[in-house]
Write a protein that binds this ligand. Structure first.
Ligand SMILES: NC(=O)c1ccc[n+]([C@@H]2O[C@H](COP(=O)([O-])OP(=O)(O)OC[C@H]3O[C@@H](n4cnc5c(N)ncnc54)[C@H](O)[C@@H]3O)[C@@H](O)[C@H]2O)c1
Ligand SMILES: [Zn+2]
Length: 362
């Protein structure tokens, strides 16, 4: 088992290991005394995970109420938010009670936002069951729901009280979602994790080892490396005003690809293409070497992730310029600078558009 400490104002531990669902009762009781808990999960999560978690918590004296949302991004919406809050109120949750997210990033983001706002905020626990949620969304305290106008438009920064990552749950995850999570793993390798880069480059069948490794070692190692890097960055910049923006590598263009495709191209695939486009942009602007850009492309290919997009600049640009992260006078973008290192660059919209048009060429 691996642990990562997230030392923000309200510190918490990320527990990463095998058989962790059975340990949930013990871990949760270390951060909150036995109380009522609403467990939010989705319709694709195998029932045995829900039962194991429930049993483990009940053995420690927690009273469990389960709320299941339909699987998929469309559940990260205001209607489900209201249903969960009503469910919590009907089950008499008070300020000392908790919510628990058992699922991927959709369940995690929605539950986190419900907990952040129910009775002005109650504690919650993240139990990620996708690779993406394990390496990214369950850690760092960003939670949100979507509006018709766009993703994550209502949200909060609200750290969980603990994260419990049971790598055994990845065994039932569909291949496409493992690949999607790998894009975020690759992102960490490029930001500042040369050791992870080497693992990604040299290991044969890494995705299979993460998904089906019998001793869980590969998954624990890869996930904990990602979480430790994210912890390091989040600790220094909790509210995403500086260094945390490095975690957006590939995301400015990636989000535009995702939205332009009407979310048919998944987040991980869009971000993967975004990283390569930014690498080519940086290379053409003289900010990184050809060799660095090629290494980024090579890793995407190895993990069957895209390296480019056919969506035209003007379509992407309409979406990039309206990104909620933009300031009025321009935007901060993440460019790779050298092997396994990225930097932040503040550019005017016009300048970035010019550079990007070169980066979009294949
Ligand atoms: N808060 C953050 O910092 C942050 C960061 C990145 C992404 N996100 C958000 O995360 C969401 C995407 O998360 P995701 O990729 O985990 O998607 P997801 O939650 O939709 O899960 C993907 C699919 O896998 C299924 N599933 C989950 N765990 C399973 C398991 N163990 N076995 C079988 N099936 C399982 C789900 O039901 C779903 O169909 C997006 O809404 C995105 O905005 C948030
Ligand atoms: Zn992402």
């Amino acid at each position: 088992m691996e642990r990562a400490e997230i030392r923000v104002l309200d510190s918490y531990t990320v527990h990463i290991g095998q058989g962790m669902l059975k340990e949930a009762g013990k871990i949760v009781s270390e951060v909150v005394p036995p109380c009522r808990a609403v467990v939010v999960t989705d319709s694709n999560i195998p029932p045995e995970y829900v039962q194991t978690l429930e049993k483990s918590l009940e053995e420690k004296g927690f009273e469990i109420n389960i709320f299941t949302i339909p699987a998929g991004e469309t559940s990260k919406c205001i209607e489900k938010f209201i249903e969960i809050q009503n469910f919590a109120a009907e089950n008499h949750l008070c300020r000392s009670d908790i919510m628990i997210a058992l699922g991927g990033g959709v369940v995690g983001d929605l539950t986190g936002f419900c907990a952040a706002t129910y009775m002005r905020g109650i504690k919650y626990i993240q139990v990620p069951t996708t690779l993406l949620a394990a390496v990214d969304s369950s850690v760092g305290g960003k939670c949100a729901i979507d509006l018709e106008k766009g993703k994550n438009l209502i949200g909060a920064f609200c750290q969980p009280s603990a994260v419990i990552c049971d790598v055994d749950t990845l065994k039932t995850l569909k291949e496409e979602f493992i690949t999607d999570g790998m894009a975020e793993v690759i992102k960490y390798a490029h930001i500042n994790q040369p050791e992870l880069f080497e693992i990604l480059e040299k290991t044969q069948d890494l995705t299979q080892k993460i998904k089906n490794g019998t001793d869980g070692k590969t998954a624990i190692d890869v996930i904990s490396k990602c979480v430790k890097l994210k912890a390091d960055i989040v600790q220094k910049d909790r509210f995403d005003l500086g260094e945390r923006q490095l975690l957006n590598f590939g995301h400015t263009v990636g989000h535009a690809i995702e939205a332009a495709s009407n979310f048919k191209i998944s987040h991980g695939h869009s971000v993967a293409a975004g990283m390569c486009i930014m690498a080519r942009t940086a290379q053409k602007a003289g900010l990184c070497s050809r060799q660095t850009a090629q290494k980024i492309e090579h890793l995407n290919k190895k993990y069957q992730l895209p390296t480019a997009t056919d969506i035209p600049l003007e379509t992407l640009w309409e979406l990039i310029k309206n990104d909620k992260k933009n300031a009025t006078d321009g935007l901060t973008v993440v460019f790779p600078t050298e092997h396994s290192l990225c930097g932040l660059h503040k550019l005017t919209h016009q300048k970035f558009k010019e550079l990007l048009s070169a980066g979009l060429e294949k």
